[in-house]
Each structure stands twice: as structure tokens, then as C-alpha cells.
Ligand binder design. Structure first.
Ligand code: SF4
Length: 360
């Protein structure tokens, strides 16, 4: 397969097949730069020159989790050292802090606490909604939706309806990891299956609850698995149009069981990180937005990712215990002033956006 011809066709509108995308993701020589440049051309045409970011704050409510996935350094058993579960007073304090920082989005990011029920999720949403009126609440994963449904013996559709009524603005497209069950059985065996993830995400979109789409790569999946995952996202987007963006999440290995047990190596290389973003841009012809997770890539590689097909700098976060506990050095707060300097250095304007990508 000739790479130049493939890139010329892709930039002219040819929809890449899975084998074609896999060929591009496997390139190891200087043709990488042709792929990154082609993705940057498509980014310019589809999303324009702006680099966007959202002023948001992560709020971690609990790190107690029923799943204890092998790639995660954040989840704990109840009673483990460092395990916590915030009461309403602590959550209220965190929400007040977020409001004082003028965020437009609050992101509730937690473990899947085995004792949380539908009512727990509703109470948390109602509390945040009351304390932060008008602020977008981006919360919970399909796995938490599934958990609430199992606990309450109700359908996942009913869970989504009740979450929306209690204040949920958009659902997180997390818990996707790699949407290939043979990989999931190794890296997150207690999480919902590929089919269940697709069903719940589709149900959310049908109820006009937008979601992000994520891919967590770099453990023990193959290039073909990564591409299969992207193909499933593209199919869902064709069907519902409900994804706001792709969020590539590069595996942070240091403090995780998979790495300690020798099942996974030290994560993706810089080449793989940039090619994942570039090939996603070329392959996902129905996605407008591709994000860089600066907490996982670091600021210097993030800047190059913004020249390789990505158009969004994610959020200010203010705290990211999920990446930090796994061993990421730069997770935490990113000042928009710093983002602006990084954008200016590659000749691009930085713009603040809301969760739905409308500009502030
Ligand atoms: S990745 Fe999420 S579900 Fe898995 S152990 Fe960590 S917090 Fe729990």
C-alpha cells in the first residue's frame, strides 16, 4: 500500500478502511511526518485554526471502586490506605471552589463505588446542580450507568432519564478503554462489555445526552484493536451524531498492576501517541473535535499533537488524581496563559469554549 497515495485520497475525502488505518498506524520511518501533515490539513479544513479549551474542574468524589482495573492506579478497595468517599459537605466545598474559579463545566470523576445506588447518583447530581446553577455537569461513565441499573433493578435507559432529570448535562464516554472484549478481559475484566458500552452510549445519544468518546491505548492491545475501536466509534457517530469529541488517553503505567505484573510495558511511545491522533483525525471523518490530554502526554508532546490533527487542549482540570495516582508527572492545573503561549508558538489562536464547543 503506497502511503502517499493513501494520504492524498484520505485528504480528498476517501473514507479509510480499517486495514488502511492500521497500515498508517504502523509506520516507523520518516513517512510519519507525511501522515501528521495530512492530518493537520484535515484538521484545518474541519475545525479551523483555533485551538480550544474549556475552563473546567474535576471533582473526585471517591476512589473506592468495584472494578480495580489493571491499568488504573486510582481505584482502591474500601479500607485500603488512601481510600476515601466524600460526604455531601466535602462535595459542597469542592463545588464552591470550582464556582469561585469561574468554570463553565464540572466534571465528576470517581471510582465505581460498590455501595452507590441510583439514589446516590441522583443525590450527588441534585447537590451539584443546586450549588452550581447554569454550570454544565459532565459526569459518570456507561459503567456507572450499568452499576446504577443493576443496583436498582431498572433499565439503563431509565437510569439515564433519571440522571438527566437530576441535572446531568453530558455523560462521559469513559470505560471504553479498548472496545475489543479479548483486550477488556485482560485490562478491565469487571467492566461492562463492548456491546453494553455501545448500547448505553447509543441510548444516551437517543435521549439527547451528548457524550465524549475515549480510547485508552498503550497496554497490551494491537494496532488492529485500536483501529477496531475507532471503527466502532465511527459507526456510532454515523448512527447518532452524539459524540462531541474524541479524547485519546495514553496509558500511564508507573503505579498500575498491569505494569507491575509484566502484562503491559511502559505505555505508548511518542511515535504511537502522535500517530494515534493523526490516524484518528484521518479515519474519523464524522468527528469535528480531537482532544489532547496534556496531563498524560505532557505539554511538549501535546503541542506537537496539536500540529498532528488535534484541535482541542481539553480543560484546566485543576486536579486529575486519576492520571496523578497512576504516575503522570504533569497532571493537575493548566493555566490558560500557558496554553496561550503554547498555541502562539505554533501560530494558532487559543479560544475558550463551552462543553458543547460553542465559543465563550
Ligand atoms: S479505571 Fe475507573 S473503573 Fe477502573 S479501577 Fe480505575 S476508577 Fe475503577
Amino acid at each position: 500500500m503506497d502511503i502517499r497515495t493513501l494520504l492524498r485520497d484520505a485528504t480528498a475525502g476517501h473514507r479509510l478502511t480499517e486495514p488502511e488505518a492500521a497500515v498508517l498506524m504502523k509506520v516507523q520511518d520518516r513517512q510519519i511526518f507525511d501522515i501528521l501533515a495530512a492530518a493537520d490539513t484535515v484538521r484545518e479544513a474541519r475545525a479551523g485554526p483555533e485551538i480550544t479549551f474549556v475552563r473546567n474542574q474535576n471533582i473526585h468524589i471517591t476512589n473506592i471502586c468495584k472494578n480495580l482495573c489493571g491499568f488504573c492506579g486510582f481505584g482502591r478497595r474500601a479500607g485500603d490506605e488512601g481510600a476515601y468517599c466524600d460526604d455531601h459537605e466535602t462535595i459542597s466545598r469542592k463545588v464552591a471552589l470550582a464556582c469561585s474559579r469561574n468554570v463553565t463545566e464540572i466534571c465528576l470523576l470517581s471510582g465505581v463505588h460498590p455501595e452507590f445506588t441510583m439514589e446516590t447518583y441522583e443525590e450527588i447530581l441534585a447537590l451539584v446542580r443546586e450549588l452550581a446553577p447554569g454550570i454544565h455537569i459532565h459526569a459518570f461513565s456507561p459503567d456507572e450507568v450499568m452499576h446504577a441499573a443493576d443496583q436498582g433493578r431498572i433499565s439503563t435507559r431509565a437510569v439515564l432519564e433519571r440522571m438527566k432529570a437530576a441535572g446531568l448535562s453530558s455523560l462521559q464516554g469513559t470505560a471504553a478503554e479498548i472496545l475489543v472484549d479479548s483486550v477488556r478481559s485482560v485490562i478491565c475484566p469487571r467492566k461492562l462489555s463492548t456491546g453494553e458500552w455501545i448500547r448505553i452510549i447509543t441510548e444516551a445519544h437517543r435521549q439527547k445526552i451528548p457524550t465524549t468518546a475515549t480510547i485508552m491505548y498503550g497496554t497490551c492491545e494491537s494496532v488492529e484493536d485500536r483501529v477496531r475501536h475507532l471503527a466502532l466509534l465511527r459507526e456510532i457517530q454515523d448512527d447518532t451524531g452524539g459524540f462531541t469529541e474524541l479524547v485519546p488517553l495514553s496509558y500511564i503505567h508507573q503505579n498500575t498492576p498491569l505494569y507491575r505484573q509484566g502484562i503491559a510495558g511502559p505505555g505508548a511511545s511518542g511515535r504511537e501517541d502522535l500517530l494515534l491522533i493523526a490516524v484518528s483525525r484521518l479515519f474519523l471523518d464524522n468527528f469535528r473535535n480531537i482532544q489532547v490530554s496534556w496531563g498524560k502526554l505532557g505539554l511538549k508532546l501535546s503541542q506537537l499533537a496539536l500540529l498532528s490533527g488535534a484541535n482541542d487542549f481539553a480543560g484546566t482540570l485543576f486536579s486529575d488524581d486519576v492520571s496523578g495516582d497512576a504516575g503522570a508527572a504533569e497532571a493537575g492545573f493548566l493555566d490558560p496563559v500557558l496554553m496561550e503561549g503554547i498555541a502562539r508558538d505554533i501560530g494558532r489562536p487559543l479560544r475558550q469554549r463551552k462543553t458543547d464547543y460553542s465559543l465563550v
